[in-house]
Design a protein. Structure first.
Length: 226
């Protein structure tokens, strides 16, 4: 009887140890998850603070009377647009060509206005969005510094659907700055890849090319192929 009681107590102790070890393991795993979540939250907070700093620097640099356009979602991020603005003010190109339009069009046009020279041409596949960009330019008094061209996406053999660049004027000066922020990634794999092959002949010697979302695999593969 005593032996059976001892065996039962030992079995219960082993079972209790197993439960405790299981709980400890779960707490250990959960502590790692909490640490990972905290690190991710810290990175996101730092990134957001960086974007807020860039947006404020952009506002001060451009000195626009009306508020800056939205710079999230489809639009370029503030850090990208700040980098673009500083380059435009420094390089003073005669012609800026954009693949897509929006906040970058307003910012580029304002830079050229501050330079007192140059013009922006923007290819926009969405007619409604093209009109919205024209309205933003007018709101900021920049309609004389930029032209938004409705350029529907056209498929060519061996290429992703891309802007109908025949809408660009023949007399457009050589492009000193090319900004690639479209077409949207959802339209096709490697949607932006035709940009350089199609527009290379329009670029001025030493032209600078800015690619938004350059950290995405598709854009990295595109630049490597160029």
């Amino acid at each position: 009887m005593l032996e059976l009681l001892t065996l039962a107590v030992a079995s219960a102790a082993l079972a209790l140890c197993a439960v405790v070890l299981h709980k400890v393991r779960r707490l250990h795993v959960a502590s790692y998850q909490i640490a990972d979540d905290a690190a991710a939250a810290r990175r996101e907070t730092e990134a957001l603070f960086g974007q807020l700093q860039a947006a404020d620097a952009l506002r001060r640099l451009l000195q626009l009377e009306a508020p800056l356009p939205a710079m999230r979602g489809w639009a370029g991020s503030p850090d990208f647009l700040l980098h673009l603005a500083r380059a435009l003010l420094d390089q003073r190109p005669e012609a800026v060509l954009e693949c897509s339009s929006g906040a970058s069009t307003v910012i580029s046009a304002r830079c050229l206005q501050l330079n007192a020279r140059g013009h922006v041409w923007s290819l926009e596949h969405d007619a409604t969005y093209a009109e919205k960009t024209r309205a933003m330019l007018k709101e900021h008094g920049l309609q004389d510094w930029a032209t938004v061209l409705h350029a529907p996406l056209r498929a060519r053999s061996g290429e992703a659907p891309w802007y109908d660049d025949s809408v660009l004027p023949d007399a457009m000066p050589p492009v000193g700055t090319l900004v690639i922020d479209g077409p949207p990634e959802s339209t096709a794999p490697q949607a932006r890849a035709p940009a350089l092959p199609r527009l290379k002949s329009r670029l001025a010697p030493g032209a600078r090319i800015f690619v938004d979302d350059a950290d995405r695999p598709a854009e990295q593969a595109m630049v490597a192929a160029w």
